[in-house]
Design a protein around this ligand. Structure first.
Ligand SMILES: NC(=O)c1ccc[n+]([C@@H]2O[C@H](COP(=O)([O-])OP(=O)(O)OC[C@H]3O[C@@H](n4cnc5c(N)ncnc54)[C@H](OP(=O)(O)O)[C@@H]3O)[C@@H](O)[C@H]2O)c1
Length: 522
């Protein structure tokens, strides 16, 4: 049973445990513990969770990795990363560091070595006996995706996936967290899903998309379903179109190997953007339980028509950055990045026009953009409402006025603003746009939890609402595969160059301008 939070717990910034509960004692096993994700994100997140939120006695972390190390060496390495990557205002003092280090253990093994999993089982059993972790385990695969199947298979073989108990009465839980990318197309995602299902049940499987852990993304549900004024307008009668932009101001850095295989469509659209699109457009779920929300998301994705090859050039634009300047800093072109083939055709930018064919959204275009090396890092969504049916003001009085726009900023500067027309003071009847603004930080005066912290805490407590279900992944790949296939079959939808530091290729401007609309740049 989940336990009550200790009143003495040091809740500094926000509560992370839902309804004042905290999880049962458990061990988090990290596969790929020496990798970038673990060092930069998982270790600082676990340390923060441990220090700032009450965790059950006995909570332990086991690193599973191949480099020869003992517990002490691992603790030293982990503390170095925690010190390096935790934000300055969150740094742990030496007592807290020591206390966290005492919860960490190391299991050295290659992922395909059967004996390593037996060694892991022994460590976990010992922790159950000595620390009271009660057989509860979260396996976090922070590993190259090509190795996921092997680890899952080995966990099954070592009997580590089945919860302990007798005659179907489960006395413990075992959950597996799997990072993106989840497959590279529909066929590989289905294969991976089948491999998981041979070892773990769906309710043990937590496919992570860290966008779902962001407060502003979750706030989309509150905004839509806890306010009476917007939902009646949230349909094709009143909305002209929707824009979603996920812009990054960096190039690919040292991730050429991954990015050459993935490109912008697999890296961003199949997962993060599809999730944001679903939460923005889905029907109200019958309740907040995980399946009700996920059922509604899947219905949205099923209503997106597959892209036909003959529409590829009209509905999509691919781009690749060339050398330029971003915020005063020089940026080399994609083809010059270390590890990128000089004749690479990988897209670092995509613009799309999508439709959702259902009663709510018929004929409303969704314009989607994502790219690297753009002028600014920003994720936001603009809902543009239709113009008034008859404008009483003269064109000279409404010059430059845009229709009502609701902008939901996911990062940075999380918040919501509504643009509307107001009269400029004075005798003339001139109108101008003004903004009504809500900022998360200003309104609540507290920091939002980090997305990984939210998701790890939810997994510990067994709430899979913010994780991606098997059919969601597959339905999303169905749409994305159709776009990739349409590109393969239409040489005229080529990859267009754009200068680093610009908002993308001119062809992307034409995509929206041909419909008499403009991008709303962050
Ligand atoms: N990094 C990010 O910001 C980020 C963001 C979102 C999602 N992800 C996803 O998270 C996962 C991990 O990414 P990453 O960037 O952390 O990768 P990474 O830096 O390449 O780390 C991979 C880890 O796997 C270990 N490993 C590889 N082969 C192994 C083997 N045969 N046996 C034992 N250990 C082995 C490596 O150990 P050695 O150190 O011994 O090589 C290392 O600890 C990937 O699926 C990635 O797509 C990463």
């Amino acid at each position: 049973m989940p336990q009550e939070v200790h009143p003495a717990g040091s809740l500094k910034q926000h509560t992370i445990w839902q309804d004042g509960q905290m999880p049962e004692p458990c061990t988090v096993v990290i596969f790929g513990a020496t990798g970038d994700l673990t060092q930069r994100k998982l270790l600082p997140t676990l340390a923060h969770l441990f220090h700032d939120h009450p965790l059950p006695e006995g909570f332990s972390v086991v690193a599973f990795a191949r480099r020869p190390m003992n517990d002490e060496q691992w603790r030293g390495l982990a503390l170095d990363s925690i010190n390096k990557y935790m934000p300055d205002n969150d740094k742990l003092d030496s007592d807290a560091q020591r206390a966290f280090a005492q919860r960490m253990y190391y299991c050295q093994s290659d992922f395909n070595d059967r004996e390593g999993y037996q060694k892991l089982a022994d460590i976990l059993d010992k922790l159950d006996r000595e620390k009271g972790t009660e057989g509860n385990r979260m396996y976090y695969l922070a590993t190259p995706p090509t190795l996921d199947s092997e680890i899952i298979f080995q966990l099954g073989g070592a009997g580590l996936a089945r919860p302990s108990g007798h005659n179907g009465d489960e006395e413990s839980w075992r959950r597996i967290v799997i990072e993106k990318p989840f497959g590279r197309d529909l066929a590989s995602a289905k294969k991976l899903n089948r491999e998981i299902a041979r070892v773990f049940r769906e309710n043990q499987t937590y496919r992570i998309d860290h966008y779902m852990g962001k407060e502003t993304v979750q706030n989309l549900l509150a905004f839509r379903f806890a306010n009476g004024i917007f939902e009646p307008l949230w349909n094709q009668k009143y909305i002209d179109h929707v824009q979603i932009v996920v812009a990054e101001s960096l190039g690919i850095g040292s991730r050429a190997e991954y990015y050459e295989e993935s490109g912008a469509i697999r890296d961003m659209i199949q997962n993060h953007i599809m999730q944001v699109l679903c939460l923005t457009t889905m029907e109200a779920p019958v309740s907040f339980d995980a399946d009700s929300i996920r059922d509604e998301k899947v219905k949205v994705m099923r209503a997106i028509p597959l892209l036909l090859a003959e529409d590829a050039a009209k509905r999509t634009v691919r781009g690749q950055y060339t050398a330029g300047v971003i915020n005063g800093q020089p940026q080399v072109g994609y083809k010059e990045e270390k590890g990128v083939s000089p004749d690479s055709q990988t897209e670092t930018y995509v613009a799309l026009k999508l439709f959702i064919e259902n009663w709510r959204w018929a004929d409303v275009p969704f314009y989607i953009r994502t790219g690297k090396a753009l002028p600014k890092r920003s994720t936001e969504m603009t809902i543009q409402f239709k113009r008034v049916p008859h404008m009483l003001y003269k064109p000279s009085e409404t010059k430059g006025l845009v229709p009502n726009r609701l902008t939901i900023r996911i990062q940075p500067d999380d918040g919501i603003s509504l643009k509307f027309a107001a009269k400029v003071p004075g005798a003339a009847r001139h109108l101008s746009d003004v903004d009504m603004n809500f900022s998360y930080t200003e309104a609540f005066g507290i920091e939002s939890p980090d997305a990984y912290e939210r998701l790890i805490a939810d997994c510990m407590i067994g709430d899979s609402t913010l994780f991606i279900r098997r059919d969601e992944v597959e339905t999303s790949w169905r749409v994305v595969d159709s776009i990739i296939n349409a590109w393969k079959n239409t040489p005229e939808s080529a990859v267009h160059p754009y200068k680093a530091g610009s908002w993308g290729p001119p062809e992307a401007d034409a995509l929206i301008q041909n419909d008499g609309r403009e991008w709303d740049n962050p």
